[in-house]
Design a binder for this molecule. Structure first.
Ligand code: FAD
Length: 336
């Protein structure tokens, strides 16, 4: 028997101010709930997986390997990003390939939708820095990207503006809080979800003014989707590996592959300065799908895996619809 929450005046405590918790706090605060967001770390958010992410909002590209539910949540989330942060860049994204990955490039084109094929001239017109670099490319015009280290503080600011309270350096557990509790602790929620695992993603931050890009560029790679994402002030993020380990070091092999991918996209990256190596653990359930777990007034939102930025807004909207109207989404929610 399903238990719904019919206590609109209950305080709402959200644990974890990463991308999942930040979107929950924002939508609940905007809906008039008394929200407190607890974050164990400080405002720099370096303990959050979200700090290390690429921030691509790419439901069409991800459809190559992800389940349809990710596309559904991702497409809805694009609307929510546009609504809440209208300055989010939606310049699309590009997919290119080395000639030896030609078959994989064609497979990628077959497995995905909403793209246009550009020839070399079309690619050069869109991204002048890539003129003459590739024979052709796939352009996904509806995709966007955010810079996690800028967008998390922006979301936190919006939560406060909507009347919510954020407590940094506040290490709490769901059982010690009253009212409605939404647990968004990511990989740290293993006390409640022993089946959660961390999937390491490594990244490198580099700086150069020799290359200008307006959108993420993915390079087809036999093992991982590697990409170069432009940030402000000549910075580029190179990402990301996907390794079944919870060791958070960056290996020489991964660094070579990430730097090699950038060099393939443009040789001028060879002269770029390396600013940072880093990695984060993507919180994943065994099926790699996100889950909203419901046990009375205790809700957990976890397993965002490699799609946190892409799907967090839609997950927050579903949680709010459950709390306010008892609405259940059978694909994502599990009720105890
Ligand atoms: C290299 C890399 C690249 C990625 N690129 C993308 C991408 O391009 N697009 C995309 O959509 N996704 C991407 N991801 C995936 C994305 O980063 C994750 O899905 C997402 O960050 C998970 O968010 P979360 O809020 O669940 O967890 P987290 O970001 O880890 O947040 C959990 C928070 O809870 C806090 N916390 C834990 N325990 C407590 C406690 N007891 N009390 C209070 N606070 C607590 C933690 O300090 C942390 O801040 C990438 C991931 C990596 C590693």
């Amino acid at each position: 028997m399903l238990q719904t929450i019919n206590r609109p005046d209950s305080p709402v405590s959200i644990i974890g101010a990463g991308i999942a918790g930040a979107w929950q706090a924002l939508l609940f605060a905007q809906a008039g709930h008394a929200v407190t967001l607890h974050e164990r770390g400080d405002e720099a958010m370096t303990d959050a997986t979200s700090h290390w992410a690429g921030g691509m909002l790419a439901p069409y590209c991800e459809a190559e390997i992800a389940e349809p539910i990710i596309s559904r949540l991702g497409l809805r989330s694009l609307d929510l990003w546009r609504r809440e942060l209208p300055d989010t860049p939606f310049n699309g994204s590009l997919v290119v390939a080395h000639p030896r990955e030609r078959n994989d490039f064609e497979r990628f084109a077959r497995m995905t939708e909403d793209h246009r094929r550009l020839d070399a001239a079309g690619l050069g017109a869109l991204e002048p820095s890539l003129e003459g670099r590739f024979r052709d490319a796939l352009f996904f015009p509806a995709e966007g990207h955010v810079e996690p280290r800028r967008v998390l503080p922006k979301l936190h600011e919006r939560i406060r503006a909507a009347g919510g309270t954020i407590k940094f350096c506040s290490d709490v557990t769901p059982s010690e809080l009253d009212g409605i509790v939404i647990d968004c602790r990511g990989i740290s929620a293993r006390d409640e979800h022993p089946q959660l695992r961390g999937v390491k993603g490594e990244m490198i931050l580099i700086e150069t003014d020799e290359v200008q890009l307006a959108r993420p560029v993915r390079l087809i790679h036999p093992r991982w989707p590697l990409y170069v994402i432009p940030r402000e002030h000549g910075l580029f993020m190179l990402g990301a590996t996907s390794i079944e380990t919870e060791d958070t070091g960056v290996s020489v092999r991964s660094a070579l592959e990430l730097l090699g991918a950038a060099y393939t996209v443009h040789p001028a990256f060879g002269e770029a300065r390396i600013l940072e190596f880093g990695s984060g653990l993507r919180p994943a359930f065994p099926d790699n799908l996100p889950r909203i777990g419901i046990r009375g007034g205790r809700i957990s939102v976890n397993g965002l895996y490699r799609h946190g930025f892409l799907i967090a807004p839609a997950l927050a909207e579903l949680t709010l619809a459950y709390v306010e109207r008892g609405q259940i989404d059978n694909e994502v929610m599990q009720c105890a």
